[in-house]
Design a protein around this ligand. Structure first.
Ligand code: SF4
Length: 193
């Protein structure tokens, strides 16, 4: 960085540990290589050279949930796929984030009324951090969602102990996800852990 190098005295940076951790997290988001339907084509376009996702530190798509911290749910979530999505989400290490890309993943989209086979929003089974509207959303909309997610991560409290109220809200929400998941058809035996 020539504009910074060799121009200052010895120096110190003052910040909080939370800010440092958040800065590291938001600057190195690794999305999972994973798509469900038409919206996934837009996500693939974002990963191509024209849009240069690496500018935001998020260009390293990983082919395994165990090395990913962002799940972009790109496409229609059928009941058949829902339980597999949940499985992939559970295999991701903490901290992990979810983006619902397009109206199908956010709320069922064009299948909302008559799609008997479609989950009406992936947030029924896993927590969603960012919703990106559109059918399909343009790559720029995905970028906008990513920037908003980074802003959200920037303001997270990492080290502070949770209050009992905050803990009970998390427990209640987790219970809600589990109840919804139980309504889905179980995975075939050969795929169960
Ligand atoms: S939101 Fe539209 S483009 Fe995206 S998966 Fe659904 S139908 Fe396809």
């Amino acid at each position: 960085m020539p504009i910074l190098e060799n121009r200052f005295e010895e120096n110190v940076v003052f910040s909080t540990v939370d800010e440092m951790i958040n800065w590291c997290r938001l600057s190195s988001i690794w999305p999972m290589t994973f798509g469900l339907a038409c919206c996934a084509i837009e996500m693939m376009a974002v990963g191509a050279g024209q849009y240069d996702l690496d500018r935001f530190g998020a260009g390293a798509f990983r082919a395994t949930p165990r090395q990913s911290d962002l799940m972009i749910v790109a496409g229609t979530v059928t009941y058949k796929m829902a339980i597999r999505i949940k499985r992939l989400y559970e295999q991701m290490p903490e901290p992990k984030f979810v983006m619902a890309l397009g109206v199908c993943a956010s709320a069922g989209g064009p299948y909302y009324e008559h799609g008997y086979h479609v989950l009406k929003g992936v947030d029924k089974i896993i927590p969603v951090d960012i919703y990106v509207p559109g059918c399909p959303p343009r790559p720029e909309a995905l970028f906008d969602g990513l920037l908003k997610l980074q802003e959200k991560i920037r303001h997270q409290k990492v080290l502070r102990r949770l209050t009992p109220q905050e803990k009970s809200v998390i427990d209640e929400t987790t219970r809600k996800y589990e109840l919804e998941t139980q309504k889905l058809a179980p995975l075939p035996k050969e795929y169960q852990a």
